[in-house]
Design a protein around this ligand. Structure first.
Ligand code: NAD
Length: 525
């Protein structure tokens, strides 16, 4: 390594940032830029180009030019590139983990979850895309008389991906992988605070064989770059807050461009009266405090059957109090930092509002400037009024509230009493009961006896939000087919109708008989 800088993690240097800055699309030689800080300390480590709308235009043009040639390659060939990407990510994970930790402040273990996600996604689609995208035969207009219809999948063209800061590895690239496999180009707009993680991923995609211009990155302000991006692309894959998602979906709607919206949540965890308490306590700690609670599918509300409530609360509070905070660029720390001063402010506000309204703070409840400027102690609240901010708004921090419930019905009703519907978790020793309760919960994913890992990692199954948590699904065939235009091609085998339809009453009567018969013949239905 050159330029070793003692203030940076061991594998990063100023040369790393200079190299990555060279991957940002810029229409002309301008000098405007913005600071990128190390979250653990709040100190500036580099300056990334501040793109303008003209850069977005250029990025989309370049991507569009590269897309045709990419789409001409076979899906098998594209799959091979994605499988190489899988290996490159594993090989270069140290640098990736350093950058993700530096930009977002998360612990190493939580950054590694992201590497896992990218490899799981790349492996899944890297072996399945050709099958999912292959031309399908569907039933013909008139069985026996006409040929089967064919459904052909075309790429949409250029996909715009707008991503948040909380999972800077996963959310920058895991939605890009299926978009590329479907034959599209990608223009990526990462969050303002995590550009270098996204840029390194683009470098790794190129190392794996993705053509140079096929994936473009524009860095900078979302409100400036988002609208022109949404106006220029053929599909928008947005992950972020419900508030911004609403604006982006409206703009996509005006352009009649399809989109997927992966938005916020206020996810419940239900502990039923027959739950294994040891497992539920341990699982709830992970579900609530992974990534310092800055996880869209993380738990913020826990409903415990009253028969187990006191014991659950005491054991949960004890386990949460034992979590360690730290700034190491290595494994061994339980929970990292909040990502920014804004996040810290939201958490402070929610906890202050909870206290004002009479909630009990069992542990945490305070910032930890002794560890780093944006650290906050893992916090457990009880007696939280249902209209408190921490009860109904997404906190997106290390804060969870517990509430006793009198049985399954109340647990489900309370779980559903929210405008969100992203993820939920149900704990019970009876899996069938768990499945029945899961079907009553209004959430796009429900994990039984787990927080979210089992549903998230089941990459073959779709994932996304109900209600105000989103539109569309990632993962599974759905997560790939969203990036295609389907085209139906059907051939007439012989003349079965007149060019302008039924000519006379006799023919209409004959067709009426045929239609009646058709419904009654099972092999023709
Ligand atoms: P955000 O909505 O503020 O920003 C997300 C992205 O949108 C950023 O890249 C930002 O620059 C960009 N943006 C901002 N204004 C824009 C505009 N007018 N037009 C287009 N783009 C614009 O969200 P955030 O604070 O970065 O992320 C946290 C939120 O994301 C939380 O609500 C969390 O629940 C949600 N999230 C959801 C998922 C999911 O899969 N459902 C995953 C992670 C995070």
């Amino acid at each position: 390594m050159t330029d070793a800088d003692p203030t940076l993690p061991p594998r990063l240097s100023t040369a790393t940032f200079d190299r990555l800055n060279g991957l940002v699309t810029r229409a002309e030689d301008r000098s405007d830029d913005r600071a990128v800080t190390e979250t653990f300390t709040g100190t500036e480590v580099s300056r990334v180009p501040e793109c303008a709308p003209a850069d977005v235009t250029l990025a989309v043009e370049r991507a569009r030019d590269a897309q045709d040639r990419w789409a001409e390659r076979s899906v098998d060939e594209r799959e091979r590139v994605v499988r190489r990407f899988h290996d490159v990510v594993l090989d270069r994970q140290d640098e990736l983990l350093d950058l993700a930790q530096l930009e977002s402040g998360k612990s190493r273990a939580h950054a590694f979850d992201e590497v896992m996600d990218v490899t799981l996604t790349s492996r899944y689609y890297g072996y399945r895309a050709a099958d999912v995208l292959s031309t399908e035969r569907r039933r013909p207009a008139v069985p026996l008389l006409s040929s089967p219809a064919e459904v052909v999948r075309h790429p949409v063209g250029v996909v715009g991906i707008i991503s948040p800061w909380n999972y800077p590895i996963t959310l920058a690239v895991s939605d890009a992988v299926p978009a590329l496999l479907a034959g599209n180009a990608v223009v990526l707009k990462p969050a303002e605070t995590t550009p270098y993680t996204a840029l390194l991923l683009v470098e790794l995609l190129r190392e794996a064989g993705v053509p140079r211009d096929l994936v473009q990155v524009v860095t900078g302000d979302g409100a400036t770059l988002g609208p022109p991006l949404v106006d220029d692309v053929d599909y928008v894959s947005f992950t972020g807050s419900t508030e911004t998602g609403r604006e982006v979906a409206a703009a996509a709607g005006r352009n009649l461009v399809d989109c997927s919206m992966e938005l916020g949540g206020k996810n419940p965890l239900l502990v039923l009266d027959d739950a294994d308490l040891d497992a539920a306590v341990e699982g709830a700690v992970g579900a609530c405090f992974t990534n310092a609670g800055q996880l869209c599918i993380g738990t913020e509300r826990v409903y415990v059957d009253e028969s187990l409530y006191d014991e659950f609360r005491d054991r949960f509070v004890e386990a949460v109090s034992d979590l360690t905070l730290g700034t190491d660029y290595d494994y061994g720390v339980d929970v990292g930092s909040l990502a920014s001063a804004d996040q810290l402010e939201t958490v402070r506000e929610h906890v202050a509002d909870a206290r004002d309204r009479g909630a009990t703070v069992h542990c945490g409840g305070e910032p930890r400037p002794d560890v780093g400027p944006y650290f906050y102690d893992p916090t457990v609240l009880t007696d939280l009024p249902v209209d408190a901010e921490a009860a109904c708004e997404e906190t997106f921090g290390p804060v969870v509230s517990l509430r006793p419930v009198s049985g399954e019905r109340e647990a489900v009703d309370r779980a559903n009493d929210t405008r969100y519907g992203l993820n939920a978790s149900v704990w019970t020793e009876n899996r069938e009961r768990g499945r029945a309760v899961a079907r009553e919960v209004e959430a796009g994913t429900v994990t039984i006896n787990g927080g979210y890992v089992e549903t998230w990692a089941a990459i073959d199954a779709p994932m996304g939000g109900m209600k105000e948590s989103g539109i569309g699904r990632r993962h599974g065939p759905e997560g790939l087919l969203r990036y295609t235009e389907s085209q139906t091609v059907a051939a007439r085998r012989r003349a079965i109708t007149h060019p302008v339809g039924v000519q006379d009453g006799l023919e209409a009567r004959a067709l009426t008989v045929a239609l009646r018969l058709w419904r009654r013949l099972p092999f023709l239905r």
